[in-house]
Design a protein around this ligand. Sequence first.
Ligand code: KPL
Length: 323
Amino acid sequence: MNIEIIGGGSLGLLLAGRLAAAEGGGSLTLVVRTPGQAAAVSRLGITVQEQDGKHLHATDAGCLDFAAYSSRLHQAGSGADWIILALKQKDISPQVVEAVHRQASQNTRLCCIQNGMGHLEKLRAVFEGSRLYAAVTTEGAMRVSDTEVRHTGAGSTRVGGVEKEELLTRPYAESLAEMLCRAGFRTEVSDHIQMDVWDKLIMNCVINPLTALLEIRNGQLLEQPRCMELMRSLYEEAESVAAAAGYGRPEGVRWGRLVEVCRATAGNRSSMLQDVTAGRLTELEWLTGSLLREAERNALKLPFHETVHRLVLAKEALRAGCE
Ligand code: KPL
C-alpha cells in the first residue's frame, strides 16, 4: 500500500511513525510544512513515545515539504493508494486542496481526519465523492519536536465513505481500518460516518472550549459539579442542533460517551488548550463556530455556546497580545 500523510503535527507524526513501523512492502511519505522539518525527518526518522514508556523509532518514512510535494511530477496513474489529510481545519488552504487534487490519481482515495465541519465540502469540490472518506478519532497526541511525538491517550477511530454508497466504499474503508489496526489504532468501519462526525463535533464543542477556558485537563471536568453542569448545558444545546439537522441520537447516548472520553483521556490537555497555551489560533471557528452556524440555519439559539465562543475569542486575543 502506498500512503501519503499530509501534516507534520501531532496526529500526522503519530500516524506516520506507527504506520511506517508497521507496514511492510509499501511506501509511506509524510508531507510537512517546512523544509527544516522535512530535512529533520529524513535524517532522524520519526520517534513515537508510547504510553507504556517505550519508544518506537521509524526510519522508513519518506518526507517532503509541502512545496516539493505540490510541484512533484509523477507518471499518470502512479498516485498513492491513500492520501490521509491530517491537517487542522485552519490549515486546509486552497493550495492544499489543489495539491491533493493534483497529486491524486484515479485510484487514490482521500481520508480526512479533522475535527469539526466544513472541510469535506471544500474537498468534495475537487474530489469525486466515492473516493472521499472521513475518519473520526479520539487518539490523543502531543508533538514534542519536528521528529518526535508523544501518544498521550489511547482512543478509537472510525472510518467510512462520505457518500452513501456502502457497497462501493466499504471494502476500501475496511482495508484502511485494517491498516490502522495493524499500526496499533483501535479502528472500526462506519457506514454512518456523518453521524460520527456529529458525535465528535459535540464532544469537541463541549470539552475543548471548557478545558481551554478553565486551563484544566480533560479528566478535571468530571471532578467539579459546576464543571459538569456547564458540560451538560453545552451538550444539551449541541444535541438539539444535531437533532434539527437530522443527526440526533437518543437521549443520553452522546452524554455517556462524553463522560467516557473525559475519563479515557483524563490526563490529556485538549487540542484547544494546547493551541491557546501556545498562542496559536484555535479550531474554535470549525467547532463551536460550525455549531452556531448550523443552529442559525435551524433558527435555534444557543446561549451557552455563544458565551463560550466569545470567551475563547477573547482569550485568543489576549494571548496574541491584541485588544
Ligand atoms: O479530540 C480531542 C481534542 O483534544 O481535540 C479530545 C477528544 C477532546 C481529546 O483531548
